[in-house]
Design a protein around this ligand. Structure first.
Ligand code: TRP
Length: 334
């Protein structure tokens, strides 16, 4: 097998909102798996988070909670570089330079910008528009080979590639042009109340999403109320989105296939099925929550891990930034 451990993989997540079991299956678990295969940089993107309004104390708390959560889920700070974006000033510094080769028109056309501008019409700030450039800076600073991206971030990665190529053409070879790392498409986890829609951390219906922070009773209650259908067969199929979603969730948390899950529940009723799915999820979440709580009680340890992460990240980022400053003609003393 090809040795990929020298390849650099970059990913980041914003510390905004409560994470759902959909985020866990779709994102967090991947970070854990990838850290052994590649040289991974994992950031908590607090600078991206403030492009929409944040409560400062809450942002700070969520940053720490997210770091603790990732470690609790198995992200090992000895195996990867885990750090907070704003702790490494090179991100902002590189973003400034990249801004000068990015066109306003390109940013105005970005789908996510248009969506967010529509949703936050009272706060269309420059940062919101500049979001993709900061993201390009994140990736290019570390000379990343690979960026794992879901559908919603594809366009941002494309822009990062364009910016890298443009800079290299104008100033000479400086950045590695990153590739998307296509994740093995796990099953999409959908809303428990409207199984045709994605499970979202911002759903107004409190029973639609299961959060990683939900206690056992809450998890059980939400699964008990999950929408199914009237035909009592526990099989995955397109005309049974609710049952299919529950089977997907069960399989993902049990580590089995959907076919195996169907077999397990053959001939059983929906009530019993929903109970079993709830229990499986609650059993899986309990140790993660306990470990996250333990870590959050040990602020010294977390501070130490994140400080070390920021130092490691800075060492890598500094090299790229000095090169960029030289290339664009900034005076560096002799
Ligand atoms: N924009 C990404 C998201 O919301 C988070 C992010 C910030 C990111 N910088 C990144 C992801 C760099 C990959 C690479 O999901």
């Amino acid at each position: 097998m090809e040795d990929t451990t020298q390849k650099i993989l970059y990913s980041a997540v914003q510390p905004s909102g409560n994470l759902t079991i959909g985020n866990y299956i779709g994102a967090i678990r991947n970070w854990v798996g990838l850290q052994h295969a590649f040289t991974c940089f994992y950031a908590i993107a607090d600078m991206h988070a403030i492009t929409v309004k944040q409560e400062p104390a809450l942002l700070r708390r969520r940053t720490l909670e997210l770091a603790a959560l990732y470690i609790a889920c198995g992200v090992d700070p000895e195996q990867c570089t885990l750090y907070v974006q704003s702790n490494v000033s090179a991100h902002a510094e590189l973003a400034w330079v990249l801004n000068t080769i990015t066109y306003v028109g390109e940013m105005e056309r970005m789908t996510q910008f248009k969506d967010k501008a529509a949703r936050h019409a009272e706060n269309i700030n420059m940062g919101l528009m500049d979001y993709p450039v900061l993201m390009a800076a994140d990736i290019l600073l570390y000379q990343a080979h690979l960026v794992p991206v879901g559908m919603d971030q594809r366009q941002h990665l494309e822009i990062a590639r364009d910016i890298a190529i443009r800079f290299n053409n104008r100033y000479g070879e400086t950045f590695r042009v990153p590739e998307g790392y296509i994740l093995k498409e796990g099953a999409k986890i959908t809303s428990l109340q409207d199984p045709l829609r994605k499970m979202s951390k911002s759903d107004e219906n409190p029973n639609a999403s299961v959060f990683l922070s939900d206690d056992r009773d809450t998890v059980m209650r939400k699964f008990k109320r999950a929408v199914t259908d009237s035909d009592n067969r526990i099989v995955a199929s397109e005309d049974k989105p609710g049952v299919t979603n529950l089977l997907n969730i069960y399989a993902a948390f049990k580590g089995c296939t959907v076919a195996e899950a169907e077999k397990t529940f053959e001939g059983r009723g929906y009530g019993e099925f929903k109970l079993a799915v709830g229990e499986t999820v609650a059993d899986a979440l309990a140790p993660v929550q306990a470990e996250q709580k333990r870590l959050l009680a040990d602020k010294g340890y977390l501070a130490e891990v994140l400080k070390r992460g920021a130092e490691e990240a800075f060492r890598a980022a500094r090299k790229t930034l000095s090169k960029v400053y030289r290339k664009v003609g900034f005076y560096r003393g002799e």
